[in-house]
Design a protein around this ligand. Structure first.
Ligand code: GLN
Length: 609
């Protein structure tokens, strides 16, 4: 595969391979067996694209990179308050294994130094050592998107030599931060550090954090979204130990390093980075790992404080019912009414991630159009997500409008379940009545149009069969001509769901709808069928093939029991011979109707341009 992104990583990898500064950690004897030349880089986007180069498949122990993840699990299992009671969130500026606790409370300063990580490990629930270990592995595996295991050799090696961490455990017990014998918790801590991962795993785990806790490869939630900011915050301030300030200044991404030589960095909302190279600097951070992250940040402009922010608001498209109409085909009088009063229907197509910053634009638009608005249709079809603030903003907007007697309709709100939840929560039993939702924009628009038309005194359609004289196609015909024309028609009847016209068929007739409703569809049964238009009595369909004599271009189906009067082609031709003036008037009306349709289509196109 060729990719400019992969090429870039390949060059970076080659550039930094010559960097041989630093030492492989040996204080855990087993770690000393790592090959100092190992070097892998993996970048995973929040959308789930993986770019990897070098030794991205070699397994190594995760070590301290486990700390933010156990912190996330502890938050999920205990809640924020209980976790904060045991561990602070203040950077210590000390080395990872420093023996420092908050004066007075004895609370470790933060969960990224060993004291804080051991206190955090004590919060992992489980009756037995094995069940707690399972909880850990299950949590980590969701982040990596594959089953992870503990490297028993490294675990034993650390357990045999981890006297300093045991001392920290006992100190925590002394201050009442650990409430039971410290040893099992310290062992669990050693186990979490000994979970085997690859550089690729680190990239995926980082991307899961970038994607607010949802693993972009498996689409599974690894940790509740609300705790991701907690995890990233402590990584940001404390993740690189006594080098955290310098790191955030230069690289600008929350990150965590481990003594095996891994670094995991996260650009929230965008991507995750995993790097692996075992040689460490004096702070215990991978030398090449740091260089890779610095270079990625600078060359790809990833520093999180160097953002312009997306100025693209949540509004994709805004139009009124005067310019775009539902697919319900209207008589010329109805169409004229809609053109005059349709601006009272405002349709707003929303898009992207709806947050306060993007949704503000919707509130602004509604305020601006306020005087002109009786109906607001909010279409969520193109929305990716909505947060609580934005959902509440939409709620406030809707209730204000409703209090003034205006209508708010939602379409495709199934894309943002949170929205209905907020409304339901606030409205209680009023929900059904006040949360008017449609599966698509088209019927919502039709709903509004019907009301605008009714308010302007348009006759309610579907009630009685039209008289020939009221039919647009027959405008200008004299009474006598109408009688003659009527004699040329044949009555045809269809049941609900009958196919009246099928795409591809030879065309033999033109239909005047007298009773019931029909809809025009394009697309076959298997491909998605899409409604193009709905006709009500008095309208004519099937006329195009009468004019150009080509096969049917769409399918027409009866929405209800239907009665039509049909003009066959022979009858049409006969009319031309016997009563040319009638045929001329018909053709005139047909061409007027066609040019009206074309104008309408052009107007709609201009909206979408
Ligand atoms: N298990 C290691 C320790 O506590 C983890 C340290 C690290 O990666 N910085 O010593």
């Amino acid at each position: 595969m060729t990719s400019p992104i992969l090429d870039f990583l390949r060059r970076l990898h080659a550039e930094l391979t010559d960097l041989r500064d630093g030492e492989v950690a040996t204080y855990i004897p087993e770690l000393g067996r790592a090959d100092p030349e190992w070097f892998g880089i993996c970048v995973v986007t929040a959308g789930g694209h993986v770019y990897e180069i070098g030794q991205t498949d070699i397994e190594f122990t995760i070590q301290s990179i486990s700390k933010p993840f156990v912190y996330g699990l502890a938050l999920e299992d205990n809640g924020r308050e209980d976790v904060l009671a045991k561990v602070g969130v203040e950077p210590s500026g000390d080395a990872f294994n420093s023996i420092s606790l908050e004066p007075g409370t004895g609370r470790p300063l933060n969960p990224m130094i060993n004291a804080g990580a051991i206190a955090t490990a004590s919060l992992v629930p489980g009756e037995t050592a094995l069940s707690r270990q399972r909880r850990l592995l299950h949590g980590f595996s969701s982040f990596a998107g594959r089953p992870l295991a503990i490297d028993e050799t490294v675990y034993n090696s650390e357990s045999e030599t981890g006297h300093r961490n045991r001392a920290i455990g006992h100190m925590l017990r002394n201050f009442g931060i650990l409430t039971e014998a410290p040893d099992p918790t310290v062992e669990l801590y050693f186990q979490q550090c000994s979970i085997s991962v690859t550089c690729r795993d680190l990239g995926v785990m980082a991307a899961t954090l970038a994607n607010r806790g949802v693993n972009p490869l498996t689409a599974k939630q690894a940790v509740r979204g609300e705790y991701v900011a907690d995890m990233l915050s402590v990584m940001n301030s404390c993740g690189m130990y006594d080098w955290a300030g310098e790191w955030i200044y230069k690289v600008g991404m929350p990150a965590k390093s481990g003594v095996s030589g891994g670094i995991l960095a996260v650009l929230p909302g965008q991507l995750g980075i995993g790097v692996f190279s075992p040689r460490l600097d004096s702070h215990g951070n991978s030398v090449r790992g740091i260089k890779v992250c610095e270079a990625l940040s600078q060359r790809l402009d990833l520093h999180m404080f160097n953002r312009r922010g997306s100025r693209q608001g949540a509004i994709r498209l805004h139009f009124t019912g005067a310019k775009v109409n539902s697919r319900r085909v209207r008589s010329s009088t109805e169409a004229a009414t809609l053109q005059r009063h349709g601006h009272r229907i405002q349709v707003v197509q929303l898009q992207g991630n709806m947050t306060f910053a993007t949704t503000e634009a919707v509130a602004h638009l509604v305020a601006e159009r306020h005087d002109d608005l009786d109906y607001l249709v909010l279409d969520f079809k193109h929305v990716l997500s909505i947060n609580d603030t934005a959902a509440r903003l939409v709620y406030e907007l809707a209730t204000q409008l409703q209090a003034e007697g205006r209508h708010v309709l939602f379409t495709r709100s199934d894309r943002v379940p949170l929205l209905a939840r907020v409304f339901r929560h606030k409205l209680g039993t009023d929900f059904e009545e006040r949360f008017i939702s449609f599966e698509e924009e088209d019927p919502a628009l039709e709903w509004c149009e019907e009301r605008v038309l009714a308010a302007r005194g348009a006759p309610i359609p579907d009630q009685k069969p039209p008289r020939l004289v009221d039919i647009d196609l027959l405008r200008g015909l004299t009474g006598e001509e109408l009688d003659i024309f009527g004699d040329h028609l044949e009555r045809q009847q269809f049941a609900e769901h009958d196919l009246i016209i099928q795409v591809g068929e030879e065309a033999g007739e033109l239909f005047i709808l007298f009773e019931g409703r029909v809809s025009v569809f394009v697309g076959s049964e298997n491909v998605q069928r899409r409604r193009l238009a709905t006709f009500s009595p008095g309208m004519v369909f099937g006329e195009m093939s009468m004019i150009d004599r080509s096969p049917r271009s769409a399918t027409i189906q009866a929405d209800s029991p239907v009665v039509c009067r049909v003009l066959t082609r022979e009858a049409f031709d006969r009319l031309g011979v016997e009563h040319p003036s009638i045929k001329i008037k018909l053709l005139e009306n047909l061409s007027q109707a066609l040019s009206r349709k074309l104008r309408k289509a052009n107007l709609e196109l201009s909206v979408f341009d």
